[in-house]
Design a protein around this ligand. Structure first.
Ligand code: FAD
Length: 491
C-alpha cells in the first residue's frame, strides 16, 4: 500500500462526524476527507451523556464551550447517581471529583475508614466538591475553584454541530446508501464504495462508522467479534424522549430494576430516557411498559427498541479499515464511555497515522493499545453488576454469582481486604471512581493502611471537619445548575 491521502468515512452519526471533525481540523491540509451517510438509514439517536475528557478533545479542536452548549442544548454533568444498585433501596453518586486529600502512601479512604471507626466521619461523598454540588443541584465555573465536569448533549444536534465544523475545514459530505464495497483481489484491502445511485468513492483508508451495521469491518472484512455478554448480560434498550418537568439536574440518573437499569439524561429542551435490560429476564413489552410508567413528563417520541451485543471486534484496525464508534463494538452505556472511546480511537489513529503506507507495526500497536483500554473500561462496568447485595431476581442472582475477569476479581479482593484501589497505566477510571463505586455498591474494607495510625484522633477530626466545611462553603456560593445554564449557554 502506498501513501495515504484519501480517507473515506462511512457513516455520519456521532462517531462519523467526530472523526471527520478531528481529521479535517488537524490533518485537513494533507488529507482528502469524504464522509458518506444515509438519511434513509439514519443514526442510532442515543448517546447523550459524556465524561470529562471530552473537554480536552473540544479544546484540541478549538470548540467554544458556550457556542457548543447552545447548539446542542447541553447541560452540565458532575457524575452519575446510582440508585437501587446496592440493595434495591439506596443511592450513591459516582462523581467526577476528587474525594478528600491523599498522601503518597495512602489514599483518602484509609483516613476516612479510621474516622468512621472512631465515629466522627460523615458520608464518604461529603468530602467531594463535585458530589456535593451535584446533590444540591448546583453548578458554577470560576477561575478560583476547579470543578471537573462533562456534558449531557442532544446527539442529533451534536452531529450537526460537528458536521458544520468539518465542512468548514474542508471535509466533503455525500448523501447516499452504500450498496457495495469493492476489495482488491489479492490483498483484500478495500478500494472503493459504490452508492445506490452508482457513484463510486475511492479511498486509501476507510473508517467504518456505520454503527451496529459494521458494513466494512464485519460485513466486508469478516473481522470477527468477541462477545462479553456472559459478563455484561444486558443486551437490549428501549429509549424515549420526554418533555422536561423541572430544572435540569447536573447528573445522569441510573436506576437499577429487576433485570437491568434505567437512564435519565436532562437536556435544556427535553429529557432522554431509556431502559436497559437483559432479554433473558425481561420481555420487550414489559420493558416498554415499565419505561413508560416510570418517566416524568409527556413523551415526545415513540419508544424505540435497540438490540445490541456487548463486546468488541477482534481487530479494530483490519487491513485498510479502522472501525470507530458502534461498528467497533459496544460496552453498555452505564458509565457513558462510548463517545470517549471513539474519541480516544481517532486520537490514537492520528498519532499513529500511516502517512506513507500501512505498516503492520502501526496496526499492531493501535490494536494492542485499544484492546487494553477497552478491557479496563469493561472491567469497571462489570464491577457494578458483580458487587451488589441484590438477591431479589434471577438477573441479580446471576450477576452476583458470575465469574468475572481475573484482574477484576483480584481488584475486588484487594479492596475488600485492604481498602486498596489503583489506576493502571492508561486507565480511564481513577482511584476515586473505583473507590466510590466499590463503597457505594456495598463493600466495607476489612482494614486500612497503618499510616493513618500515626495521626491522632483530633488531627484526623480537624482534617475532616476542615475539608467538609470548606466544601460546604464553596457549594453554598454556587448558583443552581439551571440558573447557571440559563445565564451561560441558554439554547
Ligand atoms: P450511528 O449513530 O448508528 O451512525 C451510523 C451511521 O452510519 C449513520 O449515519 C448511518 O446513516 C450510516 N450508515 C449505516 N449504513 C450505511 C450505508 N449502507 N450507507 C450509508 N450510510 C450508512 N455513548 C455515550 O458516550 N454516552 C451515552 O450515554 C450512551 N448511551 C447509549 C445508550 C444506548 C442504548 C446505546 C445503544 C448506545 C449508547 N451510547 C452512548 C453509544 C452512542 O450512542 C454511540 O457510540 C454513538 O451514538 C455513535 O454511534 P455511531 O456513530 O457509531 O452509529
Amino acid at each position: 500500500m502506498g501513501a495515504i491521502k484519501k480517507v473515506v468515512i462511512a457513516g455520519g452519526g456521532t462517531a462519523g462526524w467526530i472523526v471527520a471533525a478531528a481529521l479535517s481540523k488537524k490533518l485537513g491540509d494533507v488529507l482528502d476527507i469524504t464522509l458518506v451517510e444515509s438519511e434513509d438509514i439514519g443514526t442510532i439517536g442515543v448517546g447523550e451523556a459524556t465524561i470529562p475528557p471530552i473537554r480536552v478533545f473540544h479544546r484540541l479542536l478549538q470548540i467554544d464551550e458556550q457556542e457548543f452548549m447552545r447548539a446542542t442544548s447541553a447541560t452540565f454533568k458532575l457524575g452519575i447517581s446510582f440508585e437501587n444498585w446496592k440493595n434495591g433501596d439506596d443511592t450513591y453518586i459516582h462523581s467526577f471529583g476528587k474525594t478528600g486529600r491523599e498522601t503518597w502512601l495512602a489514599d483518602f479512604i484509609h483516613f476516612w475508614l479510621k474516622a468512621k471507626e472512631i465515629g466522627f466521619a460523615g458520608d464518604f461523598g461529603d468530602y467531594c466538591y463535585e458530589l456535593q454540588a451535584a446533590q444540591k443541584n448546583k453548578f458554577g465555573l470560576s477561575k478560583n475553584s476547579e470543578i471537573n465536569y462533562a456534558y449531557h448533549l442532544d446527539a442529533t444536534r451534536y452531529a450537526q454541530f460537528l458536521r458544520k465544523m468539518s465542512e468548514a475545514s474542508g471535509a466533503r459530505r455525500l448523501e447516499g446508501k452504500i450498496a457495495s464495497v469493492q476489495q482488491n483481489n489479492d490483498t483484500g484491502y478495500i478500494e472503493s464504495l459504490t452508492l445506490e445511485n452508482g457513484e463510486i468513492i475511492e479511498g486509501d483508508l476507510f473508517i467504518d462508522c456505520t454503527g451496529f451495521h459494521g458494513l466494512l469491518i464485519e460485513k466486508t472484512l469478516h473481522t470477527g467479534y468477541e462477545d462479553w455478554g456472559h459478563w455484561l448480560p444486558c443486551n437490549t434498550a428501549v429509549a424515549v424522549q420526554t418533555e422536561s418537568v423541572g430544572p435540569a439536574v447536573p447528573y445522569t440518573r441510573s436506576i437499577a430494576h429487576h433485570a437491568g437499569w434505567r437512564w435519565r439524561i436532562p437536556l435544556q429542551h427535553r429529557v432522554g430516557n431509556g431502559l436497559v435490560y437483559s432479554s433473558d429476564y425481561m420481555s420487550d413489552d414489559e420493558a416498554v411498559s415499565t419505561l413508560l410508567s416510570s418517566v416524568e413528563g409527556k413523551t415526545l417520541t415513540e419508544p424505540r427498541l435497540i438490540k445490541y451485543r456487548t463486546g468488541r471486534r477482534r481487530k479494530i484496525w483490519n487491513k485498510n479499515c479502522v472501525a470507530l464508534g458502534l461498528s467497533s463494538g459496544f460496552i453498555e452505556p452505564l458509565e457513558s464511555t462510548s463517545i470517549h472511546l471513539f474519541i480516544m480511537g481517532i486520537t490514537r489513529l492520528m498519532q499513529l497515522f500511516p502517512f506513507s503506507g500501512i505498516e503492520p507495526s502501526l496496526v499492531d500497536e493501535f490494536n494492542a493499545e485499544t484492546s487494553k483500554e477497552l478491557e479496563m473500561v469493561r472491567d469497571f462496568i462489570i464491577l457494578h453488576y458483580k458487587v451488589t447485595e441484590r438477591n431479589d431476581s434471577s438477573f441479580w442472582q446471576y450477576c452476583r454469582n458470575m465469574d468475572v475477569p481475573e484482574k477484576l476479581a483480584r481488584r475486588i479482593e484487594l479492596f475488600k481486604s485492604s481498602a486498596l484501589a489503583f489506576q493502571r497505566e492508561g486507565e480511564l477510571f481513577r482511584v476515586d471512581s473505583w473507590t466510590q463505586v466499590m463503597l457505594g455498591q456495598g463493600i466495607t474494607p476489612q482494614s486500612y493502611h497503618h499510616l493513618v495510625e500515626l495521626m491522632s484522633a483530633s488531627e484526623l477530626q480537624n482534617m475532616l471537619t476542615g475539608l467538609d466545611g470548606s466544601i460546604a462553603k464553596a457549594v453554598e456560593m454556587l448558583p443552581t445548575h439551571q440558573e447557571f445554564v440559563d445565564n451561560y449557554c441558554k439554547a
